[in-house]
Ligand binder design. Structure first.
Ligand code: ATP
Ligand code: MG
Length: 398
């Protein structure tokens, strides 16, 4: 029975003197997600590792699932912990470990010993050789293969004895909060939640902006976006979701500008407003779910024209992905089912039959001058009336 886990992290191991910042951020998020689980846990950091101890009864699958939502973990290793004894006692523990984990042991193996407790009388090599021979004597189905074993049995001798052989892959990436904050343009579609997830995976906290156009878009469409934010917050941590009423601006553009340019002009104003909100809230970049060539507004020319309004970097992590690849990630992270619910998003009503696919910046800018009379005050109003919804996976109904 496992009562503890060794948490392995790859990338953050190499960060020199900033390492503790990364480890602290990782341990903090681990503690946060463990609150989703039954039981009491401790998450100490000791010589370059993070350990998770269950102090009470707990549900193994629930804990593994929770740890599987933490960016920065490369492997989750359930382990046994015992007092350090002499080599015969360690041998007994390893034998009983193998018996419990592999009811019919039939595989090639190797013992990896790490001896952090340097006062232990045998060297790592001697310990591995000794334990290996105990196992060979005990189990007929075992064979040693030091180069490519089916099972690597890890034995660590520290203040305690740790034994583990199971490695559950973690999400990888970097711990939340180690790379600042960015603002995600979150719609109800498949792409933008995935885009937010991917940037957050690099250690970035998220805010989000949703452009709502009542009565053209319904309350249910808005609720869908709140739900998507909640679903990704399982990984990204809490999100302040800014709901911007975009109706007035959209109607104004519809009234004043050529209809084949509606989408692109609207997108420029979305980016402008998102950037203003980002700057007010210390976000260092914007994120969109755009993917090159997916629709008219995502041609290379359109992206250029949209991008022109921004001074912050705009991250488009899906730029080179095919739709199916994006769908696969959305299924994996659990947003797909919500994303495909049939509520219209803000743009559908105002979409032209033949939108421009190769907009020219000068032409677009010229047509935008038709908005100059009221657009600034409309943007100001939209931002002032910003509804901020605090979204956190931790606050959901159990
Ligand atoms: P998604 O699946 O994310 O909705 P999409 O394929 O529908 O994307 P577009 O509608 O062209 O693509 O939108 C491109 C990006 O612009 C979206 O990924 C999102 O980041 C942003 N966006 C679009 N509509 C909205 C909206 N109503 N509110 C906030 N952001 C939006
Ligand atoms: Mg969309």
């Amino acid at each position: 029975m496992f009562t503890s886990f060794l948490i392995k992290y790859a990338e953050i191991g190499v960060k020199g003197k900033n390492r503790y910042v990364f480890e602290d951020a990782l341990a903090k998020q681990i503690r946060t997600v463990l609150k989703r689980c039954e039981g009491e846990f401790r998450v100490p950091k000791t010589d370059g590792r993070i350990l998770v101890y269950a102090d009470t009864e707990f549900d193994y699958d629930e804990v593994v699932e929770a740890l599987g939502t933490v960016f920065g973990i490369s492997e989750i290793c359930p382990m046994e912990e015992h007092e350090v004894g002499d080599i015969k006692e360690i041998g007994k523990k390893v034998i009983s470990y193998v018996r419990e984990q592999y009811p019919n042991p039939n595989f090639t193996f190797k013992i990896n010993t790490r001896r952090a407790k340097k006062t232990y009388p045998l060297s790592s090599m001697e310990i591995s050789a000794e334990l290996g021979s105990y196992l060979l004597d005990e189990f007929e189905g075992l064979k040693v293969d030091v180069h490519d074993p089916e099972v690597a049995i890890n034995v660590e001798i520290r203040d305690k004895l740790y034994i583990y052989s199971i490695k559950i892959p973690g999400l990888g990436g970097m711990p939340l909060g180690t790379n600042g904050k960015a603002t995600l343009l979150l719609s109800g579609g498949i792409d933008s939640p995935v885009a937010g997830y991917m940037v957050s995976k690099r250690g970035v906290r998220l805010d989000a902006v949703y452009f709502h156009a009542p009565p053209y878009t319904s309350e249910r469409a808005k609720q869908k976006v709140v739900d998507l934010a909640k679903e990704i917050s399982k990984y990204t941590g809490p999100i302040n979701l800014h709901v911007i009423n975009f109706t007035e601006i959209q109607l104004y553009i519809y009234e004043q500008c050529p209809h084949d340019e509606l989408t692109i002009i609207m997108r420029r104003y979305m980016m402008k407003i998102a950037e203003m909100i980002a700057k007010e809230n210390d976000s260092l970049a914007l994120i969109t779910g755009e993917s090159l060539g997916q629709v008219a507004s995502q041609t290379i020319q359109s992206l250029g024209v949209t991008n022109e309004v921004c001074t912050l970097p705009v991250f488009r992590p899906l730029i080179g992905f095919d739709k199916q690849e994006i769908v696969n990630i959305s299924e994996k992270i659990g947003t797909y089912e919500t994303s495909i619910l049939p509520f219209e998003d803000c743009c559908t009503i105002f979409v032209a039959k033949h939108p421009v696919t190769k907009p020219n910046l000068n032409v677009i800018k010229k047509h935008e001058t038709a908005l100059s009379e009221k657009i600034d005050e409309m943007m100001e109003r939209a931002i002032k009336e910003d509804e901020v919804i605090f979204v956190s996976f931790e606050n959901r109904q159990k």
